[in-house]
Design a protein around this ligand. Structure first.
Ligand code: SAM
Length: 645
């Protein structure tokens, strides 16, 4: 009998299920009939459970729904917009138009622990700005409605007024799930920076303590942005500053240079003997190279395997690494030869060996030079750092710098109120050295993308950005609207395009949040009907929807990208259209993973034959369920990971 192929994933990752699995792995004894038995949990954890009713913490109306909303998977999708993009096929930068809660959920798999720095500038909740209202029941519909994409009438978002009885609660409920999802995306040497002013700074600090852990608090920077002072409601004093709160994912991975050196010394085994080298420049010092990068297998050495071990040469200025055969005495101008380590037997030396060449290049390519103040100099890899030049009061950048950065791209026209200055965001983004991904999910006019490109232009870095912005309708009386921009997202895309041109950036891909291509995801349950009635209506709907030709050539790529997202491939995966035997396929390659998608109505016998070949062994193949008969499914299922739509 043919085994039934798996269905494609219809939603983004199910975080609640993943958490339960984790708990089941650590504490299997607390589960009873696949549910958590609270009493057993209490017994197992004993004193760790705080029985007191009064506890320290921040609470607000709607907090538990906000926490739960994190766990509801997204059924939405992201549709590529090649026309709006620049260098779609080669760039690794992303601009995503959409509500950031849904988008962050869709990015959970592909960007899990991949983001090095997050900068956000959320609405400050001043009483006159817009705070997005999450519709937990039907988020995508709520999104399309709030952004006027259903009614066609560009509707402006609701202002969160101070007179609203849940003024702070609504803001916190909006922020909490987004911060939580962002936390998942940060690498363990990543940092987050959040701009905020007096209206919510005290609450934000407590929420951040809860989401990131108070031990991971780095600093509250003061940005003195307006020396003349600005009146804000309810405040007697004219405000000259706002805040940027900084937290680490794991504080132990972040330090300032000196701290890092101390840490490094503490970590170094007592027996550690670095070596001094005489560089052409005056940068002499100890050189730390991880032992495992050397060939520690004494059976393979320069005598027994001369072709497998290599000399390492390193250029401190360009950070380039070169290798040379141990049989020749190669010297490259500007490069220092790193001496091999002595083996324990004192005879053979450890060299770089063939299989660690890539690792060595990686390890050496982002070495930092540090000085411990006592004359000792160490080259090491510090995973994340805050520059000692970074003061916690930032005084030389003003609000008007932000306005001029944007105006400069538009011949002086003013299209956005209070964009952040490029230089301000550069300070925070530059803490992530010269590569890594920066994320901003309250992108506004796109300043963070501009800052990333400006930094790369300065130091030839390869930082990338991911920006998310709501298509918030622009005021019809605004200059931006009159210039032809309908939404803030439109303006941001145009601004990034201009900055990209000016700074010779690497382009960016545009995606837009939209309804799923899968009919299952687009059925609306009617809460006034019984479950039974809803189920019937769903079956009828599904049968009809499946009959209609859903996946026509026009939106083929959209379906491919929905699979890319939901199977956890990167949005930067390469997608190539090609023919395999008699069918059209989309071949998706993401590093070592690959995926084949065929949306033809029928997968032809010749194609099935081809796909059962060795070349396709164990690759994931997705096609429409009806495109294969049972025999076809059985044959393919033996060779490939078959999933059907
Ligand atoms: C203070 S502005 C950011 C300005 C930005 N830093 C700049 O320099 O241009 C905040 C932005 O977040 C956007 N926003 C608010 N709620 C959002 C949501 N749910 N999803 C995505 N963007 C949102 C707003 O449209 C607004 O443009």
């Amino acid at each position: 009998m043919a085994t039934k192929p798996k269905k494609v994933n219809l939603t983004s990752s199910n975080l609640s299920e993943e958490k339960l699995q984790e708990l089941r792995r650590i504490l299997p004894e607390v589960f009873s009939e696949s549910k958590i038995d609270w009493d057993r949990l209490k017994t197992v954890l004993g004193d760790q459970i705080d029985p007191r009713i009064e506890k320290f913490g921040l609470s607000w109306a709607g907090k538990s729904s906000a926490i739960q909303s994190v766990l509801v998977p997204s059924v939405a999708t992201l549709r590529p917009d090649e026309k709006e993009s620049v260098d779609f096929d080669t760039t690794e930068n992303l601009f995503i138009e959409g509500d950031n809660l849904e988008v962050l959920k869709l990015l959970q798999k592909a960007y899990f622990e991949k983001i090095k720095a997050i900068y956000i500038d959320p609405p400050y909740n001043t009483g006159s700005d817009f705070v997005y209202k999450d519709d937990f029941k039907s988020p995508v519909k709520g999104y399309l409605e709030q952004t006027g994409q259903i009614t066609d009438e560009g509707q402006r978002l609701q202002t969160n007024k101070e007179t609203n009885g849940r003024y702070h609660s609504d803001w916190l409920s909006m922020m909490y799930p987004r911060l939580k999802l962002a936390w998942n995306l940060l690498r363990d040497d990543g940092m987050i920076f959040v701009s905020i002013d007096d209206h919510e700074v005290h609450h934000l600090r407590l929420v951040m303590d809860e989401v990131f852990g108070e031990e991971n608090y780095i600093n509250a920077f003061l940005w003195v942005n307006n020396l003349k002072g600005r009146q804000i409601s309810g405040s007697g004093a004219a405000k000259t500053y706002e805040h940027v709160l900084a937290y680490a994912k794991k504080i132990e991975n972040v330090g300032i240079f000196e701290m890092a050196v101390e840490k490094l010394k503490a970590l170094m085994p007592a027996s550690y003997k670095g070596f001094n080298y005489e560089a052409e420049s005056d940068e002499g010092g100890d050189f730390v190279v991880k032992n495992e990068l050397y060939n520690t297998n004494s059976a393979f050495n320069e005598e027994t395997r001369p072709n497998l071990v290599f000399n390492i040469h390193y250029n401190f200025k360009t950070k380039e690494v070169k290798f040379s055969s141990i049989n020749e005495s190669a010297n490259f101008p500007g490069f220092v030869k790193i001496p091999p380590k002595q083996n324990n037997d004192g005879r053979h030396k450890f060299h770089a060996w063939r299989w660690s060449k890539d690792k060595i290049s990686n390890e050496l390519s982002d070495l930092k030079f540090v000085e411990n103040g006592e004359g000792a100099k160490i080259y090491t890899k510090i995973r994340a750092y805050l520059s000692t030049a970074l003061k916690d009061i930032i005084t030389d950048i003003t609000t008007s710098n932000g306005a001029s950065d944007l105006k400069e791209l538009y011949d002086g026209a003013k299209y956005f109120d209070y964009p952040k200055p490029v230089d301000l965001i550069k300070i925070f983004i530059s803490q992530m050295e010269d590569d890594g991904i920066a994320l901003d999910f309250f992108a506004g006019s796109g300043t963070t993308a501009h800052a990333v490109m400006a930094l790369n232009a300065e130091d030839k870095g390869t930082r990338k950005f991911v920006l998310v912005q709501l298509p918030e309708a622009l005021d019809k009386d605004s200059e931006a609207f009159k210039a032809g921009f309908k939404t803030i997202a439109d303006l941001a895309i145009d601004r990034i395009r201009r900055a990209n041109k000016k700074l010779a950036g690497n382009g960016f891909k545009v995606f837009k949040l939209g309804e799923s291509n899968y009919p299952e995801n687009n059925f609306d349950f009617d809460p006034d009907k019984s479950d039974e009635e809803n189920k019937k209506a769903f079956d009828v709907y599904l049968a009809k929807a499946k009959q209609a030709s859903l996946f026509d050539a026009e939106n083929g790529l959209d379906v491919v990208y929905e699979n890319i997202l939901k199977e956890g491939f990167s949005l930067n995966a390469k997608v190539v259209e090609q023919k395999v035997a008699k069918n059209k396929m989309y071949v998706v390659t993401d590093g070592e993973r690959s995926l084949l998608v065929c949306l033809d109505k029928r997968v032809e016998p010749e194609t099935i034959k081809e796909l059962t070949g060795r070349e396709y062994k164990d690759r994931m193949f997705i096609c429409i369920d009806k495109a294969l008969d049972d025999t076809g499914k059985a044959n393919l299922g033996l060779n490939l990971e078959l999933k059907t739509i």
